[in-house]
Every structure is written in structure tokens, then in C-alpha cells.
Design a protein around this ligand. Structure first.
Ligand SMILES: [Zn+2]
Length: 275
């Protein structure tokens, strides 16, 4: 066990670096090296977002309105299946010693699961919280190492941000992130390609509660309930500032969504349609 823990991270780091080198070669040479690789063919695509997986018959490849021609292998998710009454709550910028435990408590008390897009350096400094998130049946996604606007960085710096965060999450939880959310929603084909090279889909959202603006508990609740539809991804925050309004709103949001017939699932469940 100890040996495997010591060996795994360097191996994965090396594997990731190889992916990045390959990606950069493809980008710089303009070759279609990755176009046919289909590492992510297993689930949809489209720069404008995904609503429901669409599988083409013969090859089994999944297609989207702007598929691999725009971003080889990249997947951008803004929602899940629209044929199921499922909604995904997402929390960004944690883990936070004050608010993350409170949010986990409300989720557990209401039989709900969520997806947490965590900052790598905070995972490293709060390992117990990150483990608690996973132990409670929630999913952790990559929200970079220290929350820069990735579109202002070089591809190498973008890759480093994602690799450092995923490595921290793996070391602490034993889980490898497959989802990535860009800070500030600042993304483009380059960012999405870097994420794809690390086997991560880029996850945005369809409902913004604007909880970080501290608009008041009722406005956060109303934004979530009014915005929710089948397959919605609702964005909130468990870190990055005072999140007492978010915590206070959460119970009402969950109860309100459940009263409308929605199940609260993780993003992978929302996209796949399987629990
Ligand atoms: Zn953020």
C-alpha cells in the first residue's frame, strides 16, 4: 500500500507530461495527430455544450455540433441528459474548513450528492476535508492549482496548473479527477485541449446562483429553483469568501428541487444517466 502510494503519483505525473508533450506537438505542427485518437469519444462533444449523449450507429463514436474538428478530443459539458429529472449541484473554490463541512452536512441530511471543483493547493493544505467530500459520496473535480484565469497563460503553464491540482487530489483522495472547471469560466479551445490531454472533460454550468456576490439567501434559492430544468448544472461556492448565505440557502434549494421531483446527482451521473 505504502509502496503503491509512493510509486503512483510520479508515474501518473510522467504519464501526464507525455500527454502534454504529445498535445503540444500536435498543436504546434498543426497536425491531426490527436484528431482520430478519440480518447474522449466515449462521451459526446461540442464547444457549445452537451445536453445529451448522442451515439452514432456504425462506429459508436459520439457526435456533437462542433466536435473534434474544433478541439481534438475535448469535451465541454454544460448540462446532462434532458430526459431525466436530474440536477447536479456544484461547489467551487474549496475545500474550506468553515463552509465545506457545513455543506456536506446539509447534503447528507437530504440524501443529496454534489460535485466539488476544488483548488489544488487547498486540497493539499486541507487533505482531511477533501477526503471527507469523497467519503460522503461526492465527486471532486479539478479547479486548477491556484485559481488563475487560464486563458492568459501559456499552454505549458495551463498544463502545469491542471497537473499540480490533479496530482494533489490523487495523493490525498486516491481518486483521479476526470472533470475540470476553469476558474471564472475562462476557457477556449486551447484550455479544453489541455484538459482533454489529461483525460478531463471541461465542465461549465447552466444555472449561476451568483452566490459569491452575497445577494441574500432568498435570491440564491430563487436563482437555483427558477433556473433548474432536467440536466441542469447549478453553480455555487463553498470557498473563496464568506459562504454563510450559500450554506443557509442550500437546504431550501435541495428541498425545493426534490419537491419538484428532481434527484440531486453528481455530474458524471447527470451526463451518463446512470447512478
Ligand atoms: Zn472558482
Amino acid at each position: 500500500m505504502i509502496i503503491s502510494q509512493m510509486e503512483k503519483p510520479p508515474f501518473r505525473f510522467l504519464a501526464r507530461m507525455l500527454c502534454i508533450v504529445t498535445l503540444l506537438m500536435a498543436l504546434f505542427t498543426g497536425s491531426a495527430l490527436l484528431a482520430g485518437k478519440g480518447a474522449y469519444a466515449a462521451s459526446i462533444q461540442g464547444r457549445q455544450g452537451v445536453t445529451a449523449p448522442r451515439v452514432s450507429g456504425a462506429s459508436g463514436a459520439l457526435t456533437g455540433p462542433h466536435s473534434a474538428a474544433t478541439t481534438p478530443g475535448a469535451q465541454v459539458i454544460t448540462g446532462g441528459r434532458t430526459d431525466l429529472p436530474w440536477v447536479a449541484l456544484t461547489f467551487d473554490d474549496g475545500p474550506n474548513p468553515t463552509y465545506t463541512p457545513q455543506i456536506l452536512q446539509v447534503l447528507a441530511a437530504n440524501n443529496a450528492h454534489a460535485t466539488f471543483f476544488e483548488i489544488g493547493q487547498l486540497v493539499q493544505s486541507n487533505p482531511g476535508l477533501a477526503r471527507l467530500v469523497v467519503q460522503n459520496g461526492n465527486v471532486i473535480g479539478n479547479h486548477t492549482w491556484d485559481h488563475p484565469s487560464l486563458t492568459t497563460l501559456t499552454p505549458a503553464a495551463q498544463a502545469s496548473e491542471l497537473i499540480r491540482a490533479s496530482t494533489a487530489i490523487e495523493n490525498v483522495t486516491g481518486m483521479t479527477p476526470t472533470l475540470f472547471r476553469p476558474p471564472y469560466g475562462a476557457t477556449n479551445a486551447q484550455v479544453e485541449a489541455v484538459a482533454a490531454a489529461q483525460q478531463m472533460a471541461t465542465v461549465l454550468w447552466s444555472v449561476d446562483t451568483a452566490d459569491w456576490q452575497l445577494p441574500g439567501v432568498q435570491r440564491i434559492v430563487t436563482a437555483a429553483l427558477n433556473g433548474a430544468h432536467n440536466g441542469s448544472i447549478i453553480m455555487m461556492h463553498d470557498g473563496g469568501g464568506n459562504r454563510s448565505q450559500t450554506v443557509a440557502a442550500l437546504s431550501q434549494i435541495i428541498k425545493g428541487l426534490q419537491a419538484r421531483g428532481y434527484a440531486l446527482v453528481t455530474v458524471p451521473e447527470l451526463v451518463s444517466g446512470t447512478l
